[in-house]
Design a protein around this ligand. Structure first.
Ligand code: 13P
Ligand code: SF4
Length: 303
């Protein structure tokens, strides 16, 4: 990456009191220039705590929206407005209303990978790092888990005293990871531990030694005395894994596990929004007010 771009980004950050947040799936050069890099839960907490006036959110749209909802007075800029998570749209408010009428005591538990509109219709948000803790802490017997059925089913397998109702959303990237391919890589590296994100299907999770959020996987690998790992999640995690564990060996599955939306975040795009202040997240007051309730509840219950 050109030092001219990095220098100008650093200069503008100082002048404008701006901070760059980046998800682990962003390109390596973006993770290198970010002030904070993390999983969805860490980034939401960091967005809430920052004293910066401008947050540049290198991630996908729902992350920028959550940062704005948690910080109504700050300017939240997306490096590329087209960076959106397809799963965030895979539930609908009519279906939520239908489930609520069938199960009046149901809690609508909304994975943070969701539109602000879906959050408005939900009782509590969760991320992959805190979904189980939050589901357990709810008094409700019925839980309608949206939009990700893979994460929902994974949580339901351990929270057995609740009745889960699932929705058929999924992450197209994680959902496409194939059992055959995992078994092939496992046979080639029998000594390697399998670490998977809970957005993958049960046919992957059942072969996994560790299941967790991106930060959970990084933490597990870093503290493990094993030396070799098969990683079932998006390839961008390799940046932090190798930075923290230069002597450990990582295997990934094929070339399909790439989130093209996350890759729209480039240093050039970050520089552009810092210069122009374009691509600001704007939400109506009503949406901000309603979506804040499940997000704040997540921050409280997810600790
Ligand atoms: P986490 O980083 O919270 O594990 O989430 C993964 C993801 O798909 C974000 O879009
Ligand atoms: Fe959405 Fe999947 Fe990309 Fe995460 S990896 S942002 S869940 S499409």
């Amino acid at each position: 990456m050109a030092t001219r771009i990095i220098d100008r980004i650093n200069e503008l950050k100082k002048i404008k009191n701006a901070v760059i947040l980046a998800h682990y799936y962003c390109p390596d050069d973006v993770q290198s220039i970010a002030d904070y890099v993390g999983d969805s839960f860490y980034l939401a907490k960091t967005a809430k705590e920052t004293s910066a006036d401008i947050i540049v959110f290198a991630g996908v749209r729902f992350m920028g929206e959550s940062a704005k909802i948690l910080n109504p007075d700050k300017k939240v800029l997306m490096p590329d407005m087209n960076a959106d998570c397809p799963m965030a749209h895979m539930a609908d408010t009519e279906q939520i209303a239908k489930v609520r009428s069938e199960y009046p005591d149901a809690a609508v538990v909304c994975y943070v990978n969701s539109t602000a509109e879906l959050k408005c219709a939900s009782d509590v948000c969760v991320t992959s790092a805190n979904a189980e803790t939050i589901a357990r802490s709810l008094p409700n017997k019925h839980i309608y888990f949206i939009p990700d059925q893979n994460l929902g089913r994974h949580i339901a397998r351990s929270v057995t005293d609740k009745n889960f109702i699932f929705n058929n959303g999924h992450c197209p990237i994680h959902n496409d990871i194939e059992e055959d391919e995992l078994l092939k890589v496992k046979a080639e590296h029998p000594q390697a531990e399998v670490c998977s994100h809970p957005e993958t299907r049960e046919c992957i999770l059942k072969h996994s030694d560790f299941i967790g959020s991106t930060a959970g996987i990084i933490d597990h690998v870093t503290h493990s005395d094993k030396n070799e790992f098969i990683i079932c999640t998006e390839i961008g995690i390799n940046h932090e894994l190798t930075k923290k564990n230069p002597d450990k060996k990582f295997h990934y599955l094929g070339s399909k596990c790439v989130c093209s939306d996350m890759k729209l975040n480039t240093p050039e795009a970050i520089l552009n929004v810092l210069e122009t202040e374009n691509n600001e997240i704007i939400l109506s007051d009503e949406i901000m007010e309603k979506a804040l309730i499940p997000l704040e509840r997540m921050l409280r219950l997810g600790q």
